[in-house]
Design a protein around this ligand. Structure first.
Ligand code: PLP
Length: 393
């Protein structure tokens, strides 16, 4: 009998429940059940052809070896040019670090600042990996409440009031998972202004949904505030924007004082992102953006279908999500708790959704529905949800 003794930190590591829902949905589908998946957060589109071709070409041309740990110079230059086009800001390509997806930047930033005695402020409801990694690092997680009445954006005054001398890092995410909420520029202005009084606090801005905004909204990148550039980490990547979740490609812009630490973490962790994927990343940024525009137009149309449909269900309401591809439905009028609703809908309606509580305690009374699925499937799912909820009454 082995008696393995794991590090205590392992018992503090959480997970992402969307993957648990996905596994159960797959299990039910394997039993022959017809499951509509509104649980998973990935585009239901293929990666654009020219991007796939660039990777194939790179492999044929011999891109088989290691690249620099922080990414190829060409890809980092392409990222800097893309950020300039999108946000009008100058980014030094030497401050760009290419990583396998969006998550590694979270891991790096949180473990760089997190340790016992430190506090890290994170969004609740929010992407569950933030809290998981904060706990893993030994730091104390401090929840930034995101409320429906604020369109699920943060209140700068509330966040600033949560800062203590132990605060090391604030994590923000707009457009947001799981709510689709977009924090208004005025609130970001107030947060940045207030941070002048707290020079020890770093900011991790997760902008992975920054190209997915609807209804005339535009993205405010934290990169457009020069006064915080020396303590700002911006996380972004290809997964959502180019339907490339399985390729594992992301980047971050790091401040001068942290970029070498981030690169050293790459060397210790994964050496580099695979070379052909990096070539695909350049093709994505520099090639035609029509596939991205088409995807976003489809998401926008589905957004309207799902929001209208949810608001027509007795006991359910849903505010207009400004970005990403999630609707965060308030189900408190049904009398169901979030996890009960998730189970009921999956087991009895064959619709996979994710309980709001999977994203933090503030998610009680809510369900996340991803509209990265066809309009027909969304309409069918809404019909099934309506019927199952009616049957209960
Ligand atoms: N940040 C947010 C807010 C996300 O929702 C996700 C994925 O769902 C990620 C980061 C991670 O993206 P990736 O799959 O590229 O690691």
């Amino acid at each position: 009998m082995t008696e393995l003794k794991l590090a205590a930190s392992m018992s503090r590591l959480g997970t992402e429940s969307a993957f648990v829902v996905l596994a159960r949905a797959a299990e039910l589908a394997a039993q022959g059940r017809d499951i509509i998946n509104l649980g998973i957060g990935q585009p239901d589109f293929a990666t654009p052809d020219h991007v796939v071709e660039a990777a194939v070409r790179a492999l044929r041309d011999g891109a088989h070896g290691y690249t620099p740990a922080n990414g190829t110079p060409d890809l980092r230059a392409a990222v800097a040019a893309d950020l300039h086009r999108r946000h009008g800001t100058q980014v030094n390509p030497d401050h760009v670090v290419i990583v396998p997806g969006g998550k590694p930047t979270m891991f790096f930033a949180i473990t760089m600042f997190g340790e016992a005695g430190a506090e890290i402020i994170y969004p609740d409801p929010g992407f569950p990996i933030y809290e998981s990694l904060i706990r893993y690092s030994g730091a104390t997680p401090v929840a930034m409440a995101l409320r429906e009445e604020n369109g699920f954006g943060f209140s700068a005054d509330e966040v600033l009031a949560q800062i203590t001398p132990r605060t090391r890092l604030i994590i923000i995410n707009s457009p947001a998972n799981p709510t689709g909420g977009v924090t208004p520029k005025a609130e970001i202005d107030r947060l940045v202004a207030g941070l002048a009084a707290h020079p020890q606090v770093a900011i991790l801005s997760d902008e992975i949904y920054s190209t997915m905004l609807y209804g005339g909204r535009s993205h405010t990148s934290l990169l457009s505030y020069p006064e915080i550039r020396d303590r700002l980490i911006v996380l972004d990547g290809w997964s959502k924007r180019y339907a490339m979740t399985g390729w594992r490609l992301g980047f971050a812009v790091w401040p001068e004082g942290l970029v070498d630490h981030a690169t050293r973490l790459c060397v210790n962790d994964h050496s580099c992102v695979n070379a052909a994927t990096q070539a695909a990343g350049i093709a994505a940024l520099e090639g035609p953006q029509t596939a991205v525009e088409d995807m976003n137009a489809a998401f926008d149309a589905r957004r309207q279908v799902i929001v209208d449909g949810l608001n027509a269900i007795p006991g359910v309401s849903c505010i207009d999500p400004g970005g990403a591809f999630y609707a965060f439905a308030n189900i408190s009028g049904t009398g169901l708790r979030a996890m009960e609703a998730q189970t009921l809908l999956l087991e009895h309606a064959g619709v996979a959704t994710v309980a709001g509580t999977s994203f933090g305690a503030m998610g009680e009374g809510y369900l996340r529905l991803s509209y990265a699925n066809s309009e027909d499937n969304i309409r069918a799912a809404l019909q099934r949800i309506t019927e199952v909820l009616e049957d209960r009454t």
